[in-house]
Design a protein around this ligand. Structure first.
Ligand SMILES: Nc1ncnc2c1ncn2[C@@H]1O[C@H](COP(=O)(O)OP(=O)(O)OP(=O)(O)O)[C@@H](O)[C@H]1O
Length: 327
């Protein structure tokens, strides 16, 4: 569905050059739900805008839904839906008018637009709101309307920029349920950015992490967690045995970040559950009884911290310019 090679965008303003995206390769298969994560200013929106033909790449190439991004931008536009961060609804327009207008803009007949609109409003829990001004909708309803507008022409690939930002947790969960259902019922491929790592973790088939304009990691949420951070393990032993226990833990396959605090030894291993029997045997052989044990699976936050040196929470509050690479 998406195949991009060396896609890059350089901005030049007032004598300063910013390499916002530095030659990224992206592959997304039909039917996949892929999350695109990165701190503020990492290059997510710039990449999305290039893939959706809104911004011309300065280098590289891509095919979207089989159409060449540079040679056939119109073909690309016909095949994709783009739900932008701020949405595109007019506050004084009525829901039904917005949907019909969008359908007509994509070349549907009036009857076709109404039919498709009715289908989408039903699927997105917007039925009965046709006569409401869009400014009177709740945040969640407005986001669902944005999605309906993005899907009116039955695209096979939909780009979402921060679909759930600004919604309360309940509306976020509700919106995700709708996105999941749309995917199941309409078989659409989804490529989205989000700041919510818990969402990305539970919903995305695959995740790409971008930082400073470069893809720094990609994989399933589980493989990213396993490869980047490993599990965190904390064992309790007698305080005077802790240095020896730390040495033994450090010899486990893939063990790293071994630290000792009083009677606790902390370390990371690729898989805590499989490392435990070996650790127990080795401690036993050294005559060190283990008093307690805890294995913590890493979160995507740990992955993010390892890869970018920041948590996404820092990233959310940091101004975009701070992380930009200025050539
Ligand atoms: N039109 C522009 N002119 C100059 N610099 C730009 C322009 N658009 C984006 N940039 C810069 O390119 C870099 C990447 O910006 P981009 O908006 O793609 O990041 P992002 O990952 O989407 O961030 P956010 O999470 O804040 O939306 C930033 O340093 C930004 O300041």
């Amino acid at each position: 569905m998406i195949r991009a090679r060396g896609l890059a965008r350089r901005f030049t303003a007032r004598g300063r050059t910013v390499d916002a995206v530095k030659g990224v390769d992206i592959d997304v298969a039909e039917g996949e739900l892929v999350g695109f994560l990165g701190p503020n200013g990492a290059g997510k929106t710039t990449t999305l805008r290039m893939l959706t033909t809104l911004l011309r790449p300065t280098a590289g190439e891509a095919t979207i839904g089989g159409c060449d991004l540079r040679k056939d931008p119109l073909g690309v536009r016909k095949r994709i839906g783009y739900v932008a961060q701020g949405g595109g609804t007019h506050p004084e327009c009525r829901v039904g008018e917005e949907i019909e207008l969008q359908g007509r803009l994509y070349g549907l007949s009036k009857a076709g637009a109404l039919r498709r609109g009715a289908e989408l409003t039903e699927q997105l829990d917007l039925a009965g709101l046709d006569h409401r001004l869009t400014k009177t909708l709740s945040g969640g309803q407005r986001r669902r309307l944005d999605i309906a507008l993005g899907l009116i022409h039955e695209p096979k690939l939909v780009f979402f920029d921060e679909p759930t930002t600004g919604l309360d947790p309940q509306s976020r969960a509700n919106l995700w349920e709708h996105i999941r259902r749309l995917r199941a019922e309409q078989g659409v491929t989804l490529f989205l950015t989000t700041h919510y790592l818990d969402e990305a973790d539970s919903l995305c088939d695959r995740i790409l992490v971008i930082d400073n304009g470069e893809i720094v990691a990609e994989g399933t949420p589980d493989s990213l967690k396993a490869s980047v951070s490993g599990d965190g393990v904390v064992i309790g032993v007698a305080e005077d045995s802790a240095p020896a226990a730390a040495e033994i833990a450090g010899r486990l396959d893939g063990a790293h970040e071994v630290t000792v605090t009083e009677d606790l030894v902390r370390f990371r291993v690729p898989r805590g559950d499989t490392a435990m029997p070996e650790l127990l045997r080795a401690l036993d052989a050294a005559g060190i009884p283990m008093r307690s044990m805890q294995v913590q699976r890493p979160t995507l936050d740990d992955v993010f911290l390892t890869l970018t040196g920041r948590t996404l929470r820092d990233a959310e509050t940091a101004p975009a310019g701070e992380v930009a690479h200025v050539a």
